[in-house]
Design a protein around this ligand. Structure first.
Ligand SMILES: Cc1ncc(C[n+]2csc(CCOP(=O)(O)OP(=O)(O)O)c2C)c(N)n1
Ligand SMILES: [Mg+2]
Length: 536
């Protein structure tokens, strides 16, 4: 048995069904070994896209997502996408081929300090050791990715360890698959006491509990405890237009329960004017260092803290109970979060041949509403913010706290691969779409139906808007794009393309895209308008 066979077996053992990959010399032995398993390879066109696919897979299913790339440049291409998975708290394992151990330090082909490169973006990053079975090391990578605050893990696989005979891996033991405890009764009691002692409490959750894999746990907590529970996952922090007028109620909260939620920029560091100077806190987090920072910064205002896994703590809270208080505060928060300025209803394009983003979102919203099991992906700059604000979908994946654009299409492929038959719709800006548009070829080759809707304003508009605000119209430059026919580009790759230049063409174009049973792109010409800002 080769090391590569040990890796293939271990992947099977942890339940991997798909590995997203770009091939390369160092990992062809793993391609070969996977023939003996039922694991399918999806061969992408860029390593970062392969990691984004694994990320979406993880966020949707709660399972580990796997990416396999070659050493050197394959690895460094993949690394950039780890940042998005890290900020989204998605368990992803990146397996990278690596120059042979026997040649290291002698100028080996594509020799690179791979583990060091990936380290800041991962929970653990190492080059496989020769004195321990590769299968065992893979199990450890998976266990680490899934435990505590989930996140990416990197394991470099030297080509000689993969290709050489290895000791049989029969002794491979299942590595402590994380058995996180529910909150102890004592901790749950302390949290309920803090809630009972407050008038306007809120539970704030981080990216992990926003993932589709978290299900409806926040609503269940809201129902069981009568406390509003809100997830914060936007790169625009408290300006996230999908939170409506949330800031107005956040300011009035007297207790914030941070449920696996960092008090970072997305929460204005929990300082005034966003959070009241007298507000108290409960901190529930798997990371003792984060709890220590909260204690340093908030001192005695922390009434209780506990080291716990956010998912399990959330389930404990959802099955707890307390006298549910009168509707008042909870209703206020829910109204604030769903608030959208009424004047948006009247927004229409003033330019012939272009739609307003609101018109675009109205039609996409209707398409989602008629498909309750749909998965929505939002990406891009200003148009992505309109989509996040206006489109409601139970299963939503956004580029997240990382604020990294460009992953919409790879995310859609990851979702379509994980859940065949589920409608997948990805909203993207034209700038963001260009990052990975070659992946339409991947969607075609693997027969993965999905719909990408491009809000095409022929601009890197988010940055153009910054120029307008900060430097004035005379100094706004270099953020233009062309009104490119992305619909024709994807058609040339074998996908279905639609061009939309007026509101009355949109519905039929979307219907055709959803019903064609193929990967589809709807290229919608829109006006350049700034992102919505509510109650800033
Ligand atoms: C990886 C990455 N590169 C650059 C940026 C900066 N950035 C944020 S939004 C944006 C413009 C996006 O343009 P587009 O997708 O067309 O959306 P629009 O703002 O035009 O609606 C840029 C360049 C980023 N967030 N992430
Ligand atoms: Mg644009």
């Amino acid at each position: 048995m080769r090391g590569a066979d040990a890796i293939a077996r271990a992947l099977e053992r942890v339940g991997a069904r798909v590995v997203f990959t770009v091939s390369g010399n160092h990992v062809m032995s793993v391609f070969d070994a996977l023939l003996e398993t039922s694991i399918k390879l999806i061969h992408a066109r860029h390593e970062a896209a392969a990691v984004h696919m694994a990320d979406a897979w993880a966020r949707l299913t709660g399972e580990c997502g796997f990416a396999l790339v070659t050493g050197g440049p394959g690895h460094s291409n993949a690394v950039s996408a780890l940042y998005t998975a890290q900020a989204a708290e998605a368990p992803v394992v990146l397996l990278s081929g690596h120059a042979p151990l026997a040649e290291l330090g002698r100028g080996a082909f594509q020799e690179m300090a791979q583990a060091e490169l990936a380290r800041p973006l991962t929970k653990a990053s190492w080059t496989a050791r020769a004195d321990m079975s590769l299968g065992q090391q893979l199990l450890e990578a998976v266990a680490t990715a899934k435990s505590g605050r989930p996140g990416p893990v990197h394991l470099s696989l030297p080509a000689d360890l993969l290709e050489n005979e290895t000791a049989h891996d029969e002794h491979v033991s299942d590595t402590n698959e994380p058995v996180a405890d529910p909150l102890t009764e004592l901790s749950a009691r302390a949290i309920l006491d803090a809630l009972n002692a407050s008038e306007r409490p809120m539970i704030l959750a981080g990216p992990l509990l926003s993932q589709p894999s978290a299900g409806d746990v926040l609503q269940r907590i809201n129902g069981a405890l009568g406390v509003p529970a809100v997830a914060l996952e936007s790169p625009r922090g408290l300006n996230d237009p999908s939170l409506g007028a949330f800031l107005d109620v956040l300011r009035r909260a007297d207790l914030l329960v941070l449920l696996g939620k960092m008090h970072d920029f997305t929460l204005g560091y929990a300082n005034p004017p966003f959070v009241d100077a007298a507000c108290k806190f409960v901190v529930i987090d798997p990371d003792p260092a984060l709890i220590a920072r909260a204690v340093r910064e908030k001192g005695r205002r922390i009434v209780f803290s506990v080291i716990a896994d956010a998912r399990h703590a959330a389930e404990s809270l959802a099955s707890a109970s307390r006298p549910v208080p009168a509707e008042g505060w909870r209703a206020e928060v829910s109204e604030a979060v769903s608030y959208r300025p009424p004047q948006w209803d009247g927004l229409y394009s003033r330019t012939q041949g272009k739609l307003h983003p609101v018109e675009l979102c109205r039609a996409v919203g209707a398409a989602i509403a008629s498909r309750p099991d749909a998965v929505l992906i939002c990406d891009g700059g200003e148009v992505g913010q309109w989509a996040q604000s206006l489109l409601r979908c139970r299963n939503r994946i956004i580029n997240g706290v990382a604020g990294s654009i460009g992953a919409a299409l790879p995310f859609a492929i990851g979702v379509a691969a994980a859940k065949p038959g589920r409608p997948v719709v990805a909203m993207s800006g034209d700038g963001a779409f260009g990052f990975h548009m070659a992946e339409f070829d991947t969607a075609v080759r693997y027969d993965l139906p999905l719909v990408v809707v491009i809000g095409n304003d022929a601009a890197w508009n988010a940055e153009h808007q910054i120029q307008l605000r900060a430097y004035g119209a005379q100094r706004a430059h270099s953020c233009e794009l062309l009104p490119t026919r992305y619909d024709q580009a994807v058609a040339s790759l074998g996908a279905h393309g639609e061009l939309v230049r007026s509101a009355d063409e949109l519905q039929a174009a979307l219907d055709r895209a959803f019903s064609c049973g193929r990967p589809a792109c709807v290229n919608v010409m829109i006006e350049q308008v700034p992102a919505p800002v509510i109650g800033a």
